[in-house]
Design a protein. Structure first.
Length: 340
């Protein structure tokens, strides 16, 4: 060992930050600030640059919009499942309600798309919360099964009773101004909601959410109304899905039964498994992988389901933690040489 090497040792890059505190960062240097900001800036800049990189292929720009739609649903599922303990398979319900509300606001009341979408997000979130309110005492597989029944029931009622446009759906919905508005509206909303949820789960209300997940009876014994907090969590999660559905109705300029398709319930779960549950960012990464693969395999028809099965099996067996948790762990293990 040389003298130069003998006078130096390896130290983890994040050691100074972890020593001070693991949750609240006291920054003392630009090196530490850049270390903390690099993953966040990579996500933000990567998402903002994607539409520009895909300018030459408008089809894949449209696919990117669908990636954002599924990402909102996946983040919604991850938030409810891993921070509140409610495994919801009702993503298709959120999309359908958001799509129909926005379509009718635009068609009947003449509300422009950029106003109809946020209105449908809030109104749709309220409707979904009221529908799921009687199911809030349920947990685990019971809540999952009941939440899955709602989109199936809604689609069959619309079809059988020929209401809300029946099988034809709601035609003549106004589209967004152009593809750039479509792209960046979804991307900016996704990023703002992603970082907003990250902040929320680290606040006091997030502590209550995790308490409800881990031991709801203990939280109840402390005098906190757990039903109210579950309802708040369902409203937040369903609003994300309704935002996705509202935007989808203006992208397709139509709202109909296909917005209640089970793809909107299943693919977000698959994306969460691939990206990593409990990370919020992981489901977005999973959607960036799975949705383009789905488009590439479209010519193979139902065979792509077999490909999904293989991918999910591989991740569950070999990387059950998901890509994001693995990448985070590796990033936190970076080392540098330090003088002794």
């Amino acid at each position: 060992m040389s003298d130069a090497t003998r006078d130096r040792r390896k130290e983890r890059v994040d050691r100074g930050i972890k020593v001070r505190t693991d949750g609240v960062y006291a920054i003392s240097s630009w090196r530490e600030m850049s270390y903390l900001l690099t993953p966040r800036l990579t996500l933000i800049l990567g998402m903002m640059l994607l539409p520009l990189l895909l300018t030459a292929v408008p089809y894949w720009q449209k696919v990117l919009s669908i990636v954002c739609i599924y990402s909102l649903l996946a983040v919604s599922f991850d938030f409810l499942a891993h921070y509140v303990g409610l495994v919801s398979l009702g993503g298709a319900l959120y999309v359908g309600v958001g799509a129909y509300v926005s379509a009718y606001l635009n068609n009947w009341l003449g509300v422009p798309p950029l106003v109809a979408i946020p209105l449908a997000t809030v109104i749709g979130g309220g409707i979904c919360t009221l529908l799921l309110w009687p199911c809030l005492p349920l947990r685990g597989v019971y809540f999952a099964i009941v939440s899955l029944m709602f989109p199936l029931l809604a689609a069959r009622l619309i079809e059988a009773l020929d209401i809300l446009g029946g099988t034809d759906g709601v035609m003549g919905v106004d589209g967004l101004a152009n593809r750039w508005v479509e792209q960046y509206l979804l991307i900016i909303c996704l990023l703002l909601l992603l970082f907003g949820l990250r902040r929320l789960v680290n606040e006091d209300v997030g502590l209550v959410f995790r308490g409800v997940k881990d031991n709801d009876q203990a939280v109840k014994a402390s005098g906190i109304n757990i039903t109210t907090y579950k309802a708040l969590a369902v409203f937040i999660a369903s609003s994300l899905g309704c935002l996705a559905g509202a935007a989808l109705s203006h992208i397709y300029m139509w709202a109909g039964l296909s917005q209640f398709a089970l793809d909107f319930s299943i693919i977000p779960i698959a994306a969460t498994v691939v990206g990593g549950g409990g990370t919020l960012v992981g489901p977005v990464l999973g959607c960036l992988i799975l949705v383009p693969i789905s488009e590439l395999l479209r010519d193979f028809g139902t065979l792509r389901i077999a490909v999904y099965a293989v991918i999910l099996t591989a991740f569950i067996v070999f990387k059950s933690e998901g890509l994001m948790a693995y990448a985070t762990r590796k990033y936190n293990q970076f080392e540098r040489w330090k003088d002794i």
